[in-house]
Design a protein around this ligand. Structure first.
Ligand SMILES: C[S@@+](CC[C@H](N)C(=O)[O-])C[C@H]1O[C@@H](n2cnc3c(N)ncnc32)[C@H](O)[C@@H]1O
Length: 265
């Protein structure tokens, strides 16, 4: 039995199961297995699903939060509506998409169609959990795909973490290989617990692994130097001799495209 045949067979098995349970993608089982082990999404949580198309993870997020939760999905590709969730079509690193996410968070429409209570004066509504299965369009050249994916993951951290509440959880897909430690180290500066996990639904089928980060710290540890995850990743890649050091240190603060929406009234 060839390895390739075995992998294809495994994928078909998960696909069939997904179809029989009404999930749009076999990847739904990856989040279900992450959830079984780490209990990241709790009832009533506010969840952001990054790279959500066609909506398998969004369906699981809606199930897990229940009627009192709020689920927003974002993807470059348009997805058919998922009952109870709100879907944004666009690039998560683009400021227009970010403003749309902020607006939906601010509006606070719950899974059951009613609205969350207004946050207290001076407080901003934030997500409890961010789940990201984001993946670039793969070229088939592993090293290239892996490098692009690392950069994308770093951007997702930088663009979405300001919207995650302290104590909140974050999970992202990441492809194993050169430079991954740069992301893991950066995550450890921002969360008290960071673990790699390979759910059965993805084991044997690819080199992907999920980075599960729990308990976001109120502020990054000193080791981050107040820089962004993308910046820390670059420094790691330089120290490993993978990229050339930049001549000028151009970045001085954490970058995020998210702007806060002023409270009404
Ligand atoms: C593996 S798929 C996600 C599958 C999804 N979790 C599910 O269960 O249905 C990865 C997705 O990441 C999306 N993606 C890649 N780059 C993106 C970006 N910059 N902004 C938003 N989505 C992106 C792709 O369009 C793709 O649909």
């Amino acid at each position: 039995m060839s390895k390739r045949w075995f992998q294809a067979h495994q994928r078909d098995t998960w696909r069939r199961q997904a179809r029989s349970k009404g999930y749009r993608a076999r990847s739904a089982f990856k989040l279900k297995q992450i959830q079984e082990k780490f209990n990241l999404i709790r009832e009533g949580d506010l969840v952001l699903d990054v790279g959500c198309h066609p909506g398998g993870w969004t369906q699981v997020s809606v199930e897990e939060t229940g009627p009192n939760g709020l689920v927003i999905g974002i993807d470059l590709l348009a997805s058919a509506p998922v009952e109870g969730a709100q879907m944004v079509t666009g690039d998560v690193t683009d400021s227009n998409s970010q403003q749309r996410i902020l607006q939906l968070l601010h509006d606070g429409m719950k899974v059951d169609g009613t609205r969350l209570p207004e946050p207290l004066a001076g407080e901003q509504r934030l997500f409890n959990t961010i789940v990201s299965d984001i993946s670039p369009r793969l070229t088939g050249q592993y090293d290239r795909d892996q490098a692009i994916s690392l950069e994308l993951v770093a951007m997702v951290f930088d663009f979405t973490l300001p919207l995650l509440t302290p104590g909140g959880a974050f999970v992202t897909k990441i492809f194993q290989g050169t430079g991954i430690e740069g992301i893991v180290n950066a995550a450890k500066q921002r969360f008290s617990r960071v673990q790699r996990f390979s759910p059965d639904a993805s084991r044997n089928s690819s080199s992907e692994v999920f980075l599960v980060c729990k308990n976001k710290l109120p502020r990054p540890k000193k080791g981050s130097g107040g820089k962004s995850v993308a910046y820390e990743l670059d420094r790691h890649l330089e120290s490993e001799g993978i990229i050339q050091p930049k001549t000028e240190d151009v970045e001085s603060e954490i970058k995020s495209g998210f702007r806060r929406i002023p409270k009404k009234g």
